[in-house]
Design a protein around this ligand. Structure first.
Ligand SMILES: *[C@@H]1O[C@H](CO)[C@@H](O)[C@H](O)[C@H]1NC(C)=O
Ligand SMILES: *[C@@H]1O[C@H](CO)[C@@H](O)[C@H](O)[C@H]1NC(C)=O
Ligand SMILES: *[C@@H]1O[C@H](CO)[C@@H](O)[C@H](O)[C@H]1NC(C)=O
Length: 431
C-alpha cells in the first residue's frame, strides 16, 4: 500500500511539484512531531518521493517539522504519517490567505518606510535597491569598501559583493569572513542581515566593534540567487520559489531551475536529492551547472589561504549547522561546535519570546544525510569554520512580517560578531 500510494503521488508531483503555487489555493502547512531518527528518515524519504516541500526541519522531541502539502499530495502524506502513528497537526490552513496577507504587509511597510526615509536593510529590498545600496556604499567609502562584480546570473543579472577592509585585503595576517545570503529565493529574511552587517561595519561602526573592522577582512554577498529572488517578487503565486531560474530543454521542457544548495561539488547527486527536474531538491545535470554556485565557489577558492569563516545564510528554523553532510565530522569539529554554539547562545540571549531556541550540530546528525551543499563544499576545500545558518521564522515560515527585520538584523549581527572574534583568535593561533 505504501508503494502504491507513493507511485500515485509521484505522478502528481511531476506535474505540480516545484512549480508555482498557482495562487496557493488549497495548500496548507502541517506540523509533525518527530519521535525518533526513523521518523526523520521517513520525512526525508517523502521529501524525495512526493517532492514534499519542507518549510522547517525538525528534531525528535525537540522541534516540530513543518511541511507544506498540496491538494494533490495532502491525503497521501497524512495517511502515511497516520499509518506510522506519527502525530501531526494543522499549522497553517490556508497558504493562499497567508501569501496575500504577507504581500499586503510588505506593501504597507514599504509605503511607510519610504515616507520615513527608507533604509534597505530594514525592508525586503528588491535586487535593484540592494545593488544601489552596495554601489553607494562603495562610492562613499572608497578607502574601506571595494565592490566586485563577480559575473552574471543565468538571466544576466550582475552578482556583486563587497570587500570591506582597512588594509585593502593586503594584510595576510587577517582572517577573511565570508557571508552570503539568498541562495534560496523565498528566504527573504536572509538578505537584510547581510546589508545590516555592511551598515554596522561601514556606516555605523560602534566603539565596541572597532576590532571587527580593524582585524578582519569581510566579503559580503547579499543576493546569491538574484533571478530566483526577483521571481519571488512577481506575485503571490511565485513567492515560494526556491531554486535558480535556469532553463535546460535537454533536461526538461517544463521544469525550471536547480537547487543551488545541492549543486556544489561534494558527493554531488548522491543523497537528499531528487532526480525529478521539477523537484525542489533537483541538484542539476552536473555539479556547478549553475553560474550562481560557480560564483560562490570561486570566491571560496580565491581566498582560501586565509578565509576562516564561511556563513551560508538561510531561513528558517534557528539552526547553526556544520559538516559533513554524510555524518563524518571534520577534524576540527570541536572548534566548529564551540564557535557555532557561541553564535547560537549569543543570539538566544536576544531571542524574541515567539522564536525558537538556536540548535547547533552536524547537519547530517541533526537532520539526515544530504549532498552538494555550500556548507560542505566550503569545509571540504579548506575553510576551517563553514556553517549553514537558519534564521528564525517566528511561526510565519518564509513569510516573516517586515516588523521582525530590525530585530533579526541586530540579533544576527551579534552572532556574526562573536564568530568573527573567535575566528580571529584561531587564525592568530594558526588553527
Ligand atoms: C503570477 O505571475 C506568473 C508568472 O509571471 C503568471 O504566470 C501568473 O499568471 C501570475 N498569477 C497571478 C495570480 O497573477
Ligand atoms: C543523478 O542520480 C540519479 C539517481 O542515481 C540518476 O538517475 C541520474 O542519472 C543522475 N544524474 C546525473 C546527471 O548523473
Ligand atoms: C564524508 O565526506 C567527507 C568530505 O567529503 C569525506 O572526507 C569522508 O570520507 C566521507 N565519509 C564517508 C564515510 O564517506
Amino acid at each position: 500500500m505504501y508503494v502504491i500510494s507513493i507511485v500515485c503521488v509521484l505522478i502528481a508531483a511531476v506535474t505540480a511539484g516545484g512549480a508555482d503555487l498557482e495562487s496557493g489555493a488549497g495548500y496548507s502547512v502541517h506540523g509533525i512531531k518527530l519521535r525518533s531518527r526513523s521518523d526523520q528518515q521517513l520525512i526525508s524519504e517523502l521529501q524525495q518521493s512526493v517532492d514534499l516541500d519542507i518549510w522547517q526541519y525538525g528534531l525528535p522531541e525537540g522541534q516540530d517539522t513543518l511541511v507544506m502539502l498540496s491538494p494533490e499530495n495532502r491525503v497521501e502524506v497524512l495517511d502515511e504519517l497516520d499509518a506510522k502513528g506519527i502525530e501531526h497537526y494543522l499549522h497553517l490552513a490556508d497558504v493562499k490567505q497567508a501569501l496575500e496577507t504577507h504581500a499586503e504587509e510588505v506593501k504597507q511597510w514599504k509605503q511607510q518606510s519610504r515616507s520615513g526615509g527608507a533604509v534597505p536593510f530594514n525592508d525586503y529590498p528588491r535586487y535593484a535597491e540592494v545593488d544601489a545600496y552596495m554601489e553607494s556604499i562603495a562610492a562613499q567609502y572608497p578607502n574601506l569598501v571595494t565592490i566586485v562584480n563577480a559575473g552574471k546570473s543565468f538571466e544576466g543579472r550582475d552578482i556583486k559583493y563587497l570587500k570591506i577592509s582597512t588594509t585593502n585585503f593586503a594584510d595576510a595576517s587577517k582572517p577573511i569572513y565570508f557571508m552570503d545570503a539568498m541562495m534560496h529565493a523565498r528566504e527573504w529574511v536572509t538578505t537584510p542581515p547581510t546589508l545590516y552587517s555592511i551598515h554596522r561595519l561601514v556606516e555605523n561602526l560602534r566603539d565596541q566593534d572597532k576590532d571587527l573592522l580593524e582585524d578582519v577582512d569581510w566579503i559580503i554577498l547579499p543576493i546569491a540567487n538574484p533571478d530566483g529572488y526577483e521571481y519571488t517578487h512577481i506575485n503571490s503565486s511565485t513567492r515560494m520559489w526556491r531554486k535558480t531560474r535556469s532553463v535546460n530543454p535537454e533536461i526538461s521542457e517544463n521544469c525550471i531551475g536547480v537547487d543551488p544548495n545541492r549543486n556544489f561539488d561534494t558527493h554531488w547527486n548522491t543523497t537528499g536529492v531528487s532526480p525529478n527536474p521539477c523537484a525542489e531538491t533537483f541538484p542539476g545535470n552536473e555539479a556547478f551547472s549553475e553560474p550562481e554556485t560557480r560564483i560562490v565557489r570561486d570566491i571560496l577558492l580565491e581566498h582560501l589561504d586565509r578565509m576562516q569563516v564561511y556563513m551560508n545564510i538561510h531561513s528558517h528554523g534557528n539552526w547553526v549547522l556544520y559538516g559533513f553532510d554524510n555524518y563524518t565530522l571534520p577534524p576540527n569539529y570541536i572548534h566548529l561546535h564551540l564557535v557555532g554554539a557561541s553564535m547560537g547562545s549569543v543570539m538566544d540571549t536576544m531571542k524574541l519570546p515567539q522564536a525558537d531556541w538556536y540548535k547547533v550540530g552536524n547537519s547530517a546528525m541533526v537532520f539526515y544525510e544530504t549532498s552538494g551543499s555550500a556548507q560542505d563544499y566550503g569545509q571540504l576545500v579548506g575553510v576551517p569554520l563553514s556553517y549553514t545558518l537558519e534564521l528564525p521564522g517566528y511561526g510565519y515560515g518564509f513569510l516573516v512580517p517586515p516588523q521582525f527585520i530590525d530585530h533579526i538584523n541586530k540579533e544576527t549581527w551579534e552572532g556574526i560578531a562573536v564568530t568573527a572574534r573567535m575566528a580571529r583568535i584561531y587564525h592568530q593561533s594558526g588553527l
